[in-house]
Write a protein that binds this ligand. Structure first.
Ligand code: B12
Ligand code: SF4
Ligand code: SF4
Length: 308
């Protein structure tokens, strides 16, 4: 049975995504080369999972994979001021954990697709935690292009977007219209200039070992003193290379309630909130901040206070 682009789009929007792109399940050679260079340079730091080359070869994740559908969620939230008393939480992390939100949608989408095709085991979903070069596929599918901050820039939504997708053995109509893997930022360097830790070591190249996001979300080690000193006020994640990007200016806030601060821990953490979380760490469950845990957040908060 032929499944059309229109009905795939309709289903994706019904499940809550804001846009989607469809491409063949192939990671372009330029992206594989850039990925291998990142690993060679050790820019991934202690993110050992990044060394798994399976992220370049969809066929190894789903034998017979023909098509990739990439789904996009727009999550932009208000940009809070830095304050002496608190630490700012990155925009994506204030509400529900998008991994869970996407996982539920992917499950529903895959069972819809299986029903339509009248076949089982034809798809594998991914959202961040499965090893896939997601942005490379998003660009290939025509959803947007790479910014010098290394993020996908969507023509309508800018960079405050999150990705997820599926590989399927079905042949589906592709949305790729032209090669968007081109240097489209022009002479702009706002993100590179704004990054407080100079983690964007060159256009399109990020050294995670210098990135606040890496140290405040991912790293299990203590935050190096020079990174602590350069942190302008984040307690979890960092949005500076997005807030400085003209493609995000004058954009409305997201309408997806899962990303609203009221659905999670909120826009910032202060001393009282940290104490409450230490007493009731279960409040973090279902939010992105659970990755860091109450102790980890308390530690980061203390480093912030020490440098204010
Ligand atoms: C590891 C990782 C990180 C690491 C490293 C980031 C990185 N740039 O690699 C750290 C912890 C620092 C991080 C931080 C953040 N992350 Co992150 N992260 C990932 C993850 C798991 C893998 C990324 C990856 O594969 N990197 C490999 C390297 C080689 O890719 P790259 O640096 O993007 O390089 C590409 C381009 O620069 C391009 N390129 C290279 N040279 C050239 C030259 C030209 C001319 C052109 C056009 C292109 C080009 O080719 C390279 C390969 O495709 C993905 C999820 C996934 N599975 O894909 C999420 C992901 C990239 N992260 C995401 C988010 C939201 C963030 C944060 C905004 C979170 C926050 N607020 O703190 C920050 C943003 C920091 C930043 N500027 O990237 C989103 C990004 C969505 C989007 N719109 O792009 C993703 C896709 C998660 C998701 N499922 O939505 N992240
Ligand atoms: S997330 Fe922050 S620290 Fe990391 S590259 Fe962007 S601006 Fe720099
Ligand atoms: S700030 Fe400028 S250089 Fe950076 S991603 Fe946005 S448009 Fe490109």
């Amino acid at each position: 049975m032929n499944i059309g682009l229109h009905e795939i789009r309709e289903k994706a929007l019904e499940l809550g995504w804001d846009d989607l792109g469809i491409t063949d399940a192939v990671i372009p050679e330029e992206d594989i080369a850039a990925y291998k260079e990142m690993i060679r340079e050790n820019y991934h730091g202690d993110l050992a999972y990044m060394e798994n080359e399976i992220r370049c070869y969809p066929e190894q994740l789903l034998p017979g994979a023909k098509t990739a559908i990439i789904f996009l969620s727009y999550y932009k939230q208000q940009q809070p001021e830095f304050s002496k008393a608190g630490g700012v939480i990155a925009s994506y992390a204030r509400g529900r954990d998008y991994h869970n939100v996407h996982r539920k949608r992917l499950k529903k989408f895959i069972s819809w697709l299986e029903n339509k095709a009248n076949q089982q085991n034809i798809a594998k979903g991914f959202s961040d935690s499965t090893p896939v070069l997601e942005k490379a596929l998003a660009v290939r599918s025509g959803l947007g292009w790479f910014g010098k901050n290394t993020l996908l820039i969507h023509r309508k939504f800018g960079t405050f977007t999150l990705l997820s997708g599926i590989f399927t053995t079905l042949d589906l109509p592709c949305t790729t219209i032209k090669n968007l893997r081109l240097p489209l930022c022009g002479s702009c360097t706002r993100c590179l200039d704004a990054c407080p830790t100079q983690a964007l070591v060159a256009p399109y190249k990020l050294d995670a070992r210098k990135c606040l996001s890496y140290h405040l979300i991912e790293s299990k080690k203590s935050i190096p003193p020079d990174i602590q000193q350069k942190n302008p006020g984040y307690v979890f994640g960092c949005d500076i290379c997005q807030d400085s990007c003209p493609h995000n200016f004058r954009k409305p806030l997201s309408l997806q309630s899962d990303f609203y601060p009221e659905r999670g821990i909120g826009r910032s953490l202060d001393k009282e909130k940290i104490e409450l979380l230490l007493e009731n760490p279960e409040q973090l469950y279902g939010t992105p901040l659970n990755r860091r845990g109450a102790e980890g957040l308390a530690y980061t908060f203390q480093t912030l206070i020490n440098h204010k």
